[in-house]
Design a protein around this ligand. Structure first.
Ligand SMILES: Nc1ncnc2c1ncn2[C@@H]1O[C@H](COP(=O)(O)OP(=O)(O)OP(=O)(O)O)[C@@H](O)[C@H]1O
Ligand SMILES: C[C@@](O)(CCOP(=O)(O)O)CC(=O)O
Length: 471
């Protein structure tokens, strides 16, 4: 039986608060999904086997043969390079799907297909494409590039921008396979939870380590407050020989041990997230390793710091939620305050003549996030890890000098990877991006991404500009 085509799309991520802490179940992280998304398109084929293509990359081609008799076996074709995320997604998802739909039902399905994987331009540096077209690296030039532009390099050599490409790729591929072979309905909570658990397993297997999982969680659920799952839930199946029956048993929504928490979140109305990629990138696993080593060697100091930082992270989240509530209760007052704050620096808001609940919350937000950054700098100094190094601090402070910038920070593990700002007006967006364009101490490349709270979804070809031309 031949199936029609399937397209699944999953967002990238920005961890606004909770870097490092979100590795421990005691603490939480506030993660925002991005408008930059990954797309997996599965098209039935008359050619034997499973052809996977990533047309944005040199060498982005992989071919597999699937046999189910006498045993379930996915074999990379000879000469095919290896991509751990593609391979683990195919292998474990098809093994689980075969058990979920039933082996006889699966057996009559044709698995011969072409799978195309596409990531929005923001996931990768577009410098090569811009230089080829004789364009500068301004926001306008980036916005003028064709969607899913050829990176003109390989996956090994491409500069990634830190939006969670492997997590979004894995989630979109796993979801597309599950939906294509009729194993899940993404609108069903239990099925979506199965996709989440399976994507977490696949991502960890392919990475060879178990991070906090906030990136896969954001790819599945969109923006939310995240508390990690107990890593032990994966321990019993993190094995090359695991089969579809065990995967289905341990990854189903009803299976014991999946204690992660997802509390949906949206930025308050009028709060816009803008992002920049800093070319002097950092290697997150190295930063994480050093910070955790310091934490282990200095438990008393580190615990006190983690607890205080966790408390202020929660205060930041709570004020943002209070502002959303305030807009619902007093929309006219809220709009007037946002408009007023957009015309003043955040450091001046406490001195504004108005006194009301909304302005008080805005001042609290600036204070609380300022304390989060002070604690991150203290973590930096004590662990000797550049989480918010002085070069980033100077850039962030320059962004806060722009009227209408609410907060500015380093996302996730920090370092020299990226920065984010939350601003209240288009004028502030333009002025902050002018600060970035004129910044000489670091190479600050604007990204196009906005905050987008929705998680993995099925889409139609016509819904996504440029998708059909990229197949
Ligand atoms: N378009 C793509 N097609 C196939 N594989 C991809 C694609 N984009 C990323 N990948 C896979 O994801 C890997 C990057 O994952 P890694 O865990 O190293 O970084 P990451 O933390 O996800 O990166 P970032 O957050 O910067 O996007 C690549 O080496 C490649 O295997
Ligand atoms: C440091 C850490 O807590 C967050 C890393 O965030 P990012 O990949 O730098 O966005 C690691 C993790 O949670 O997996």
């Amino acid at each position: 039986m031949t199936l029609s085509h399937t397209i699944a799309s999953a967002p990238g991520k920005v961890l606004l608060t909770g870097g490092y802490l979100v590795l421990e179940q005691q603490f939480q992280g506030l993660v925002v999904g991005t408008s930059a998304r990954f797309y997996t398109i599965i098209t039935p084929s008359d050619e034997p086997g499973i052809q996977v293509r990533s047309p944005q990359f040199d060498g982005g081609n992989w071919h597999y043969t699937l046999t189910v008799q006498p045993d379930f076996q996915l074999t990379p074709s000879s000469g095919t390079s290896r991509n751990p995320f593609v391979e683990a997604s195919l292998r474990f998802t098809l093994a689980l799907v075969r058990e979920k739909v039933g082996r006889s039902a699966f057996g009559v399905l044709s698995t011969d297909c072409i799978i195309t994987i596409l990531g929005d331009n923001d996931f990768y540096s577009q410098q090569a494409q811009l230089e080829k077209l004789g364009l500068d690296s301004s926001y306008g030039s980036l916005a003028g590039l064709p969607p899913f532009a050829d990176t003109m390099t390989s996956l090994k050599d491409v500069h990634k921008t830190g939006l969670g490409s492997s997590a979004a790729l894995t989630t979109s591929l796993v979801a597309a396979l599950c939906a294509h072979f009729k194993a899940v309905d993404l609108d069903n909570q239990k099925d979506r939870t199965l996709v989440h658990n399976l994507a977490q397993f696949v991502h960890c297997f392919a990475q060879g380590k178990v991070g906090s999982g906030f990136d896969v969680s954001a790819a599945v659920w969109g923006s939310h407050r995240y508390r990690r799952f107990n890593p032990q839930v994966l321990a019993s199946i993190m094995d090359q020989q695991v089969d579809g029956t065990l995967l289905l048993k341990h990854l189903s929504a009803d299976s014991f041990g999946w204690d992660n928490e997802v509390a949906p979140f949206k930025l308050p109305p009028g709060f816009d997230l803008i992002l920049a990629d800093i070319d002097a990138g950092s290697h997150t696993p190295t930063l994480v390793g050093k910070v955790l080593a310091w934490r282990k060697a200095n438990p008393t100091t580190a615990n006190a710091l983690w607890v205080e930082l966790g408390s202020y992270n929660s205060k930041v989240e709570q004020v943002l939620r209070d502002l959303t509530t305030a807009e619902q209760k007093e929309p006219v007052l809220y709009k007037a305050v946002i408009e007023k704050c957009s015309r003043h620096k955040a450091s001046e808001w406490a001195s504004l003549p108005e006194t009301n609940e909304v302005i008080s919350k805005m001042v609290q937000l600036v204070h609380n996030f300022g304390h989060v950054r002070r604690l991150l700098r203290e973590m930096s100094q004590l662990s000797e890890v550049p989480i918010e190094p002085i070069e980033q601090t100077q850039l962030l402070e320059a962004c806060l000098e722009v009227e209408g910038t609410v907060i500015a920070g380093v996302p996730g593990a920090g370092g020299y990877d990226a920065i984010f700002c939350i601003v209240l007006s288009d004028k502030a967006k333009q002025q902050v991006r002018q600060v970035w364009q004129g910044w000489s101490a670091l190479s600050v490349g604007p990204l196009l991404s906005k905050a987008d709270s929705k998680g993995v979804t099925l889409v139609e070809l016509a819904d996504v500009p440029g998708l059909a031309n990229s197949l």
